[in-house]
Write a protein that binds this ligand. Structure first.
Ligand code: GLY
Length: 397
């Protein structure tokens, strides 16, 4: 090749690489979006003390911030802790601390089961990466508060206090996600109450929440006096008998955590059954990103729920190490899903700094349909970190 031609090719390559609008690696993409999100939040807070964290975009495209009592308030600080873990850069640690400490008062909030989501994603990750004893004490108090919602007769933690006209003692499949905080509290204190509540909740849910095809109901309502199942309902799914996509993902993730923490093979079996349900479902699109409900009536003209895909993705990386005999199968599926999620990414420097678009909060309530949601981003980033940890160090945590 002539010298001039080589030079021209070199110039062209340099031009293309300088003008590439997408950052190169997954973590570069996340870092640039989260830095942009922080800028947007700072602009909104105008130097006042932070009291809320991002959840989604409002219909007008502005940032939807929520106070500490919202079930999603811990995810954004959790993302910042994961970036600190991925980079060891103190910038992320300082931002994470700022956004975590907004939640402290939730340690006493016994009016909701969402303690694990709120406190384990924020303070839990904070404690994991800093070993700060203040964080540890806040987490322990949170776990004690969560235990107050346990009913021995039912064998479960009560989920919601709202809609008292519909349910007496509602337990939702999402509640499996709060058990990790209790297992952590047991390991730290050796107080058997935490173990008892977590295991009892997992076993009761195993018995009553699943159908014969291994899909789960969303809400199981119990008689708090006798423990008898009164009803099996939905709240965010299409119908009582349908399979709400995010609910399947919560169940999968929750039972993998229970297996990791207890070693009980029944939990691993359940997790594998849920994964089988998801990945053999005829209504799962080829790119593995589910519609908001596996039985939504107008598939394929239904919104997707990227949050369900992201939760499933992170769970799959852990399933791969828990079910090591089938490691290749789970890992290959997870890597494929991760790759497919690239098509759902937010635009760099836009979308209020969220990472993923096209999630669905609650279609029946016409709430947060086809929007970015902070929990989709949290589990997506968690999955990236799990993959990185496993590939670099042979462990996912
Ligand atoms: N835990 C609430 C939800 O998944 O929407």
């Amino acid at each position: 090749m002539k010298k001039e031609v080589v030079f021209l090719v070199f110039l062209l390559c340099s031009f293309v690489s300088c003008n590439r609008s997408e950052p190169v690696s997954d973590f570069d993409f996340v870092a640039s979006q989260l830095k942009y999100a922080i800028k947007q939040i700072d602009a909104q807070e105008k130097g006042s003390t932070p009291v809320s964290n991002p959840r989604s975009e409002n219909p007008d495209g502005s940032l939807h911030m929520v106070p500490s009592g919202d079930w999603t308030s811990g995810f954004f600080p959790g993302e910042l802790w994961y970036m600190y873990a991925a980079t060891s850069d103190d910038y992320w640690k300082e931002e994470a601390m700022r956004r975590t400490e907004i939640l402290e008062k939730e340690k006493k909030n016994g009016t909701t089961h969402d303690m694990g989501f709120k406190m384990y994603c924020s303070y839990g990750n904070g404690y994991r990466y800093t070993r700060d004893s203040t964080y540890k004490n806040i987490l322990l108090e949170s776990a004690r508060t969560l235990v107050t919602r346990f009913n021995e007769k039912v064998g479960c933690i009560r989920s919601w206090d709202h809609n008292k006209d519909k349910w007496q003692f509602p337990v939702i499949i999402d509640n499996m996600m709060n058990l990790e905080l209790l297992f952590w509290a047991f390991h730290v204190t050796h107080d058997s109450i935490f173990w008892h509540v977590a295991v009892s909740h997992a076993n009761t849910t195993l018995k009553n929440h699943f159908r014969s095809d291994n899909s789960s109901y969303h809400v199981v309502d119990y008689d708090p006096e006798t423990g008898e199942v009164l009803n099996r309902h939905t709240h965010q799914g299409y119908s009582h008998e349908s399979a709400w996509a995010r609910g399947q993902a919560w169940g999968l993730y929750g039972y993998i955590v229970c297996f990791r923490e207890t070693g009980d093979p029944a939990y691993l079996t359940q997790a594998k059954r849920i994964a089988e349900y998801i990945f053999t479902n005829p209504n799962l699109p080829e790119d593995l990103i589910p519609y908001w409900d596996y039985n939504a009536p107008n598939i394929p003209n239904e919104p997707r729920d990227v949050s369900a895909a992201a939760i499933t993705l992170s769970a799959l990386y852990e399933l791969a190490v828990c079910d090591f005999q089938n490691y290749d199968k789970h890992k290959e599926l997870a890597d494929r899903l991760l790759e497919n999620l690239k098509a759902y990414r937010a635009h760099v420097g836009k979308d209020q700094g969220f990472l993923l678009l096209h999630s669905t909060g609650s279609k029946p309530h016409d709430s947060e349909v086809d929007v970015p949601l902070v929990y989709a981003d949290y589990y997506y980033l968690e999955a990236l970190l799990r993959k990185k940890n496993f590939e670099e160090r042979g462990v996912i945590h």
